[in-house]
Design a binder for this molecule. Structure first.
Ligand SMILES: Cc1cc2nc3c(=O)[nH]c(=O)nc-3n(C[C@H](O)[C@H](O)[C@H](O)COP(=O)(O)OP(=O)(O)OC[C@H]3O[C@@H](n4cnc5c(N)ncnc54)[C@H](O)[C@@H]3O)c2cc1C
Length: 466
C-alpha cells in the first residue's frame, strides 16, 4: 500500500492558490512527456496527478510544505533530457516543472562568476559567458538540458577531462529543502572548512535531497584558440591505449578526449548527411586542445600528431564544428540503426580503459549482442548502446540482463561504477542495489531520512527508503 495520499480537490485548490490558475495542469491536459525523461520506462506510462509551474523559490517552498502536510510526492523537472528516469512520477503526485525559473540573474566578468535560475539552458550560459570572453566549462552533449538538471545529476560532458564535472563549476546553491525551507549552501570562496560540505551532497542527488532554485557558477577565461583533431585507429584497444599517453603528456592538457568505435563512426557517417565523420573510418579519438597563441597551438598539434603516429593511428584535422555536431548525434544515429537498444554509462579508472574495452566487446560477442560506443574516454566514462543484432525477440531481455550483469561485474573488478554521469534514477536502481556496499547504502538512507523524513521528494529514485 502506498504511503502517499491521492490529490483531492482541496489539495488542487491549494496548489492553484500558490501558482495561479494558468500554471497548473491536471488530467488530460498533462502531456505524455511528463511520464518520462529521455529514457522511456518499460510498461504502461505513469502520469503525475498534477504538473505545476512555480516562478520562484518561495512558490516552490510553499508547494513542498503542502506536500509534507498532505503527503504527496513532488518531483522536480528540468529539461527532461535525463537518461535514467529521474523525473518519472513513480508514485504519482506533483511534477514541479521549473520552466518559468529561467533567468540569468547576474554575470560578473571581473570576478568571473554567473548567477542563474535552474531552468536556464546550459548552452545559453555558455553563450552568455562567451560574450565576455569567458568560458562556462560544463558541456553535456544534450542541447536541451538545464543547469539545474546538470547540478542534480552532476553532469559531466565533453570538457570534464580538463575542467571537471558540474560539481567543480559550482560556488553556491540556493535550495528548497524537502521540508520546505530555503537555504544557501556553499559560497563564492576558494576554500571553506566551515562545517559539513552540504553543497556537494546536493550535487548529484537527483532531486531527492533538495530542489535547486539558484546557482552561482565559476567562469574561466576563454582561451582564444581551440582546435579539434581526430585520431583514427585500426582497432578500439589501440585507440583506448592512446588515451593515457595523450593525458600523461605535460604539454597537451586536452579539454576533450572522446572515443567512438568504428561501427558508430560508420553509423554517424550514414546519419550526418553532409559529412563523413572520418574518411579513413576506424576506431576514433576526438581530441580538443586549447592555446593562447598560434605558436603554442602549432607546438601542441605537432606533439599530438607524433603521439598518435607512434600509437599506430592516423592524425586528421577536420572541421571542428561538424565533428562536435556529429558527436552530439551519437544516440540518434544508433537509434536509426536499431529501434531496440539498451544504454549504459559505466565509468572505470582511465588506466583501465583499454583492458575494460577488450573485455566489453568479448562479453557482448559471447552474449550474442552488439555494442556501439561513444565515450568521454579522458574520464574513463563510456556510453554503451547495446543492440540485439540477430537475437530473437523473446531472448532480448534475458540476454541484455546477463550482459549488463557481466559488464557491471567487470567494471567493479576494476574499481569502476555503474554510472559516470547519467545517474541511477529508476532505471539503474536494481543494478545499483546489487553492487552498492550495504554500509554505504545505509548511510545514504540515513541522509535521505534526515533531510526528508516524510519521503516526499522524488521518491523511488536511486533507492527505496522503506
Ligand atoms: C542526447 C543526450 C546527450 C547527453 N549527454 C550528456 C553528457 O554528455 N553528459 C551528461 O552528464 N549527461 C548527458 N545527458 C543526460 C542529461 O542531459 C543530463 O543528465 C542533464 O544533466 C539532465 O538535465 P535536465 O535539465 O534535462 O534534467 P531532467 O532530466 O529534467 O532531470 C534530471 C534529474 O534531475 C532532477 N532535477 C532537475 N532539475 C532539478 C532542480 N532544479 N533541482 C533538483 N533536482 C532537479 C530531476 O528530478 C531528475 O532526477 C545526455 C542526454 C541526452 C538526451
Amino acid at each position: 500500500m502506498s504511503l502517499y495520499k491521492t490529490l483531492d480537490i482541496s489539495v488542487l485548490e491549494e496548489l492553484t492558490a500558490i501558482v495561479g490558475d494558468e500554471y497548473i495542469l491536471v488530467g488530460a491536459d498533462i502531456a505524455e512527456e511528463y511520464t518520462r525523461d529521455a529514457w522511456v520506462p518499460p510498461g504502461l506510462p505513469r502520469y503525475p496527478e498534477a504538473v505545476v509551474f512555480p516562478v520562484n523559490a518561495q512558490e516552490v517552498a510553499a508547494i513542498v510544505r503542502l506536500a509534507n502536510r498532505r503527503l504527496f510526492p513532488v518531483i522536480p523537472r528540468g529539461g527532461g533530457t535525463g537518461l535514467s528516469g529521474g523525473t518519472v512520477p513513480v508514485y504519482g503526485g506533483v511534477i514541479i516543472d521549473l520552466l518559468r525559473m529561467n533567468q540569468i540573474i547576474k554575470i560578473d566578468p571581473n570576478a568571473r562568476y554567473i548567477i542563474t535560475e535552474p531552468a536556464v539552458l546550459t548552452i545559453d550560459i555558455q553563450q552568455e559567458a562567451a560574450k565576455y570572453g569567458l568560458l562556462y566549462a560544463g558541456d553535456p552533449s544534450s542541447d536541451d538540458c538545464f543547469i539545474g538538471g546538470n547540478v542534480a545529476t552532476n553532469a559531466g560532458g565533453n570538457r570534464a577531462v580538463k575542467y571537471g564535472v558540474t560539481a567543480e563549476q559550482i560556488y553556491e546553491l540556493e535550495i528548497v529543502t524537502p521540508q520546505g525551507g530555503i537555504v544557501n549552501l556553499g559560497g563564492r570562496l576558494k576554500k571553506n572548512s566551515t562545517g559539513y560540505g552540504l553543497v556537494k551532497l546536493i550535487i548529484g542527488s537527483e532531486g531527492t535531497l533538495g530542489i535547486v532554485t539558484r546557482i552561482t557558477l565559476k567562469l574561466h577565461r576563454l582561451p582564444p584558440i581551440f582546435t579539434t583533431s581526430l585520431a583514427a585507429f585500426a582497432n578500439f584497444s589501440d585507440a583506448a591505449a592512446a588515451v593515457s599517453v595523450i593525458l600523461e603528456d605535460p604539454l597537451l592538457d586536452p579539454i576533450s578526449l572522446e572515443i567512438i568505435d568504428q561501427k558508430t563512426v560508420a553509423a554517424l557517417a550514414r546519419y550526418c548527411e553532409d559529412w563523413r565523420f572520418s574518411e579513413q573510418g576506424g576506431d576514433t579519438l576526438i581530441i580538443q586542445l586549447e592555446a593562447n597563441q598560434d605558436a603554442e597551438q602549432a607546438e601542441k598539434q605537432n606533439k599530438l600528431a607524433a603521439i598518435i603516429r607512434k600509437a599506430g593511428g592516423i592524425h586528421l584535422l577536420p572541421d571542428s564544428e561538424k565533428v562536435w555536431q556529429a558527436r552530439r548525434e551519437f544516440g540518434k544515429a544508433i537509434q536509426a540503426e536499431s529501434a531496440v537498444l539498451g544504454i549504459e554509462d559505466v565509468v572505470v579508472p582511465v588506466d583501465e580503459l583499454a583492458g575494460f574495452s577488450s573485455q566489453l566487446f568479448e562479453i557482448a560477442r559471447a552474449g550474442g549482442l552488439e555494442v556501439r560506443i561513444a565515450g568521454h574516454a579522458g574520464d574513463g566514462n563510456v556510453h554503451i548502446q547495446i543492440l540485439p543484432g540477430d537475437t530473437p525477440e523473446a531472448e532480448w531481455e534475458s540476454r541484455f540482463h546477463n550482459f549488463t550483469q557481466q559488464l557491471h561485474a567487470d567494471v567493479y573488478s576494476r574499481g569502476g561504477r555503474i554510472s559516470g554521469e547519467h545517474g541511477i534514477g529508476v532505471k539503474r536502481k536494481q543494478y545499483f542495489l546489487e553492487r552498492v556496499d550495504p554500509v554505504e547504502l545505509e548511510l545514504m538512507k540515513s541522509v535521505k531520512k534526515s533531510f526528508d523524513p516524510r519521503g516526499i521528494l522524488n521518491p523511488g529514485k536511486i533507492f527505496d527508503v522503506v
